[in-house]
Design a protein around this ligand. Structure first.
Ligand SMILES: NC(=O)C1=CN([C@@H]2O[C@H](COP(=O)(O)OP(=O)(O)OC[C@H]3O[C@@H](n4cnc5c(N)ncnc54)[C@H](O)[C@@H]3O)[C@@H](O)[C@H]2O)[C@@H](O)CC1
Ligand SMILES: Nc1ncnc2c1ncn2[C@@H]1O[C@H](COP(=O)(O)OP(=O)(O)O)[C@@H](O)[C@H]1O
Ligand SMILES: [K+]
Length: 517
């Protein structure tokens, strides 16, 4: 399990560490600089073949460290001093108004001066021929849009990096990326590697920040979880070691032990969504899967997935009259878990179908796709929401549910998903390239697995099935959602390794999940 913090929380952790725990700021800055210097040296000696060839003559390796006036800049001066000490041609650029420099910054300048580190202040000197650029302009202190001189400097650095093919290593955050939202604040410098201190910052894992951060390494520079607990965190993330917490399949279990999943999905001419959800629920370990769909889909689903029980209805017979949906009540009574929505379409009868299921289901339910669209266009249906419901909207569906544009949801996505979940008392999985999951208790999970191979029709139906499979195996709604999204992303990564990012199909994701869950 990993914890992500906002810049504001990180500042409080800094303060707690220095003032309550008593580790001097000087020590933290030194360790931060050392962690970045080590990362730069690793890139020089291993990651960059051109550089390692010249490694015997370190003086030929040219490193520019661009420093702002805050403590991010102070870290940068330490990086310059350490690399200078190790024999590299490290040049420190000090930008901005010297009057704004922090105490730490000035202290580091004095030390660097005493050791003969080259420091310069003229922007004209930036355009040397650099092998590595260390970005120590802005860290978590970035407080507003970048304009004027700093905008010019960052844009110049971007161009120089491109021109020279220089690797860019960001100190704590890529300058210009908001540490909480991942937004670009006017301009930002793209890094190959970001060495961030203590805890991951949420904005490094949300797009577009995730693209600018490159690889992210969290360096231990002396912060303690004691401070994290006192201050709090923004969101959590699962990692591979957490998979040990998946429910173990009982050796003496039978199909009843592993849960009965009812997939209410599909419409005339639309059977794929039901198939992907049902297949994925089975592949994740559900004991029995029943697909409830329109009569026209019976043959195709029985052929594609003979393991599933198929039950059908005639949509023309579903009306506002209560008895017309009696068959749904019976179907719900049979199930341990319900999936409602994939490929249901938006014909008028779907409203009555969704209302009947929401009203009569007393088991965990994943509400997806057209189930969500139906709720969005008939908001009275939210009155049936209970703590047993997981919603899995993509950003378009979330915008419909919240009646606001996607751009507004993205202003602060963590707060968006948290607010929706707490307003309705449901688990909410807001699907995106970085999916966020809000538990009913207010915990937000930020998913870090997955890749663009998953941006394809049918991926969402697979996720629905995976979450249903985990519910069937006994996980609660919150855990099944966080683990389901994480596993779904891992399936995307392993599918992508086999078929390439362009070639993965939804059915491949379902197959990959078999080995992971
Ligand atoms: N003791 C500490 O406080 C530690 C701080 N650390 C480093 O210090 C960083 C935070 O330092 P600071 O709080 O000094 O903040 P930063 O160094 O990130 O930046 C703040 C400075 O930039 C200016 N600024 C902010 N937004 C601007 C904009 N859009 N345009 C122009 N100027 C702008 C501020 O006025 C201030 O002078 C961390 O990211 C980390 O790198 C680490 O060394 C660990 C210990
Ligand atoms: N670029 C991406 N990186 C990681 N995951 C992605 C990316 N694009 C899409 N996904 C994931 O793929 C799934 C797509 O779901 P959805 O939009 O509902 O598709 P569909 O309706 O076609 O099944 C979501 O789980 C989403 O998080
Ligand atoms: K930085």
């Amino acid at each position: 399990m990993r914890y992500f913090v906002t810049g504001k929380q990180m500042k409080q952790i800094d303060q707690d560490t220095i003032e309550r725990i008593g580790i001097p700021s000087l020590v933290l800055v030194e360790r931060a600089g050392l962690a970045v210097a080590d990362a730069v040296e690793e890139i020089i000696t291993s990651g960059h073949p051109d550089l390692s060839a010249r490694d015997k003559n370190k003086k030929n390796v040219r490193i520019l460290i661009a420093c702002g006036t805050g403590n991010n800049g102070a870290d940068g001066i330490v990086v310059g001093r350490i690399l200078h000490g190790r024999g590299y041609e490290a040049v420190v650029f000090l930008g901005g108004n010297p009057e704004h420099e922090t105490e730490e910054h000035r202290r580091q300048q004095k030390i660097a001066e005493a050791l003969g580190v080259t420091m310069m202040r003229k922007t004209e000197d930036l355009s040397g021929n650099w092998d590595v650029i260390v970005d120590a302009v802005f860290g978590i202190g970035l407080a507003r849009e970048i304009t004027g001189e700093w905008k010019n400097i960052l844009e110049q650095l971007s161009e120089i990096a491109k021109r020279d093919g220089a690797k860019v290593v960001a100190t704590d955050t890529p300058s210009g990326i908001h540490s909480q939202t991942g937004h670009v604040m006017g301009t930002a410098l793209r890094a190959d590697l970001t060495v961030t201190f203590g805890y991951g910052k949420t904005g490094l894992f949300l797009y577009p920040g995730r693209n600018y951060a490159g690889k992210v390494r969290v360096a231990d520079v002396g912060f303690s979880d004691v401070s994290l607990e006192r201050v709090g965190w923004d969101c959590k993330s699962l990692e591979e070691s957490d998979l040990a917490d998946l429910p173990v399949r009982q050796s003496d279990g039978n199909k009843g032990t592993f849960g009965k999943v009812l997939v209410i999905a599909g419409s005339r001419g639309m059977s794929g969504a039901a198939y992907f959800s049902a297949l994925s629920a089975y592949r994740t370990g559900a004991g029995l899967v029943k697909v409830l769909t329109v009569s026209e889909n019976r043959a195709v689903i029985q052929t594609q997935l003979p393991e599933a029980v198929v039950s059908v209805y005639d949509p023309d017979q579903i009306t506002a009259e209560e008895h017309s949906t009696d068959f749904l009540r019976e179907a719900c009574d049979w199930a341990d878990v319900i999936v409602l929505g994939p490929g249901l379409g938006q014909e008028p009868y779907v409203e009555y179908l969704v209302e009947a299921v929401l009203e009569h289901a007393y088991v965990p339910m994943v509400l997806d796709a057209d189930g969500l669209n139906t709720v969005a266009s008939h908001p009275y249906l939210t009155r049936y929401f209970t703590e047993n419901i997981i919603l899995t909207p993509h950003m378009g569906e979330m915008a419909r549910l919240c009646s606001c544009p996607i751009s507004e949801l993205r202003e602060d996505p963590v707060q968006t998903v948290k607010a929706y979940s707490s307003r309705y008392g449901v688990t909410c999985v807001m699907k995106d390239a970085s999916t966020l999951i809000a538990d009913k208790d207010g915990t937000v999970w930020l998913n870090t697995s997955g890749c663009s191979a998953m941006a394809k029709g049918g991926s969402g139906d697979v996720l629905t099935g995976i979450i249903a499979g985990l519910l069937a195996r006994g996980m609660d709604c919150d855990r099944a959602s966080a683990f389901g999204v994480y596993l779904h992303g891992l399936a995307g990564e392993s599918g992508s390794a086999k078929f390439g990012e362009n070639g993965v199909l939804a059915s491949n994701l379902a197959d990959e999940i078999a080995k992971l869950a």
